[in-house]
Design a protein around this ligand. Structure first.
Ligand SMILES: O=C(O)CCC(=O)C(=O)O
Ligand SMILES: [Fe+2]
Length: 337
């Protein structure tokens, strides 16, 4: 299907269908569940509360993505990026930021690691949440989890090690996922969302190179809200035949100032060879929040296990309090009625 045709069918409003919660690859007939006239919510037994669909004007504006051509950055060894400045049109990126910060539920995950026999508690320095399930399972239109091969219900055992049963992508993120699939030519079954409340929140150097993402994974990473530096450096290269480490090790990190609406597509050998981070920012002028959304494809059940453990965990739910202008602990009984 051409991109133009895919987009046209995507934005055709048909209002009487049930919301489709499936993170399956795009099928033209499924796009009808997403349209500017929709006033529904996405709900699922694994959600703490329903998530409203995107307001029609945001859906409308998203039909204009990508707002700019992607720029290739592949002038360093093993680096393969496509950088859109911006991908989401200016103006609507702010509305999307406000909407997602208001409507999504977040976590501040804590976990322990054991290094050289010593246990250390890690406090994830940002808010996180995740939706999706690996390729071994799929959600039906009514939100049931079935085996991708047999279409039989997935036994609870498969995800018993997960912090939460897998959650289907809500419409407000699934729309962006489907658009991203059209423009990147890749498919995605996970959506990870980070919320950096201010400059004190961060993610340290790492690569998304887990085996459960398969070789050469394609990861689409969106930025909304405050501009933050995205730093990248090559993984250390070992000295060869007793000679000092190659010059790549001495190069300063690559720094992309990710602004609201920008998207970086990381692909090819990037994850296998490069590390990335969002460093802390000190001082005045770093008080505003930033949302990062990544779409990825997990090809083993360990992807589901890992992502729910480190992005949902066992702790309390955090929700944006508009009046106070900060994240507040969400308590179900207080919010009923
Ligand atoms: O916030 C970002 O731009 C990067 C997030 C990231 O690297 C991750 O979630 O793995
Ligand atoms: Fe990452």
């Amino acid at each position: 299907m051409s991109k133009k045709r895919a987009l046209d069918s995507f934005f055709t409003p048909i209002s009487h269908k049930k919301p489709c919660l499936s993170p399956r690859p795009p099928v033209e007939s499924e796009y009808c569940t997403i349209g500017p006239s929709s006033i529904d919510v996405s709900n699922h037994r694994s959600y703490p509360y329903p998530i409203p669909h995107l307001p029609p004007h945001i859906v409308e504006e998203l039909s204009r993505v990508p707002a700019a051509e992607g720029r290739e950055i592949n002038n360093q060894p093993d680096l393969d990026l496509l950088y859109f400045q911006p991908y989401i049109p200016k103006g609507v990126e702010r509305d999307l930021f406000d909407f997602l910060r208001q409507q999504l539920f977040f976590y501040r995950v804590q976990y322990t690691i054991k290094r050289y026999g010593t246990e250390t508690q890690i406090n994830t320095p940002r808010y996180t949440t995740v939706f999706g399930v690996d390729t071994s399972s799929t959600f039906t239109a009514t939100g049931d989890l079935v085996d991708s091969q047999t279409t039989k219900p997935v036994h609870l055992e498969r995800y018993k090690a997960c912090a939460s049963q897998p959650r289907p992508m809500p419409q407000c993120l699934d729309l962006l996922r489907r658009l991203t699939e059209i423009f990147t030519g890749a498919t995605y079954n996970f959506c990870l969302v980070n919320y950096y409340a201010d400059g004190a929140d961060s993610i340290s150097y790492h690569s998304d190179d887990e085996r459960f993402l398969g070789p050469n994974p394609s990861i689409a990473s969106f930025s909304l809200g405050a501009t933050r530096d995205f730093c990248m450096k090559h993984k250390p290269m070992p000295p060869k035949d007793g000679h000092p480490p190659p010059e790549q090790n001495l190069k300063p990190p690559l720094k992309l100032p990710l602004a609201s609406g920008d998207m970086v597509l990381m692909r090819g050998k990037t994850q296998a060879n490069w590390l990335h981070s969002i460093p802390k920012r000190k001082g005045k002028g770093n008080e505003s929040g930033r949302i990062n959304i990544t779409f990825r494809k997990g090809v083993e059940k360990y992807a589901t296990q890992n992502y729910y453990q480190y992005n949902v965990g066992e702790g309390v739910i955090w929700k944006w309090d508009k009046r106070k202008g900060e994240m507040k602990e969400w308590v179900e009984s207080r919010n009923k009625g």
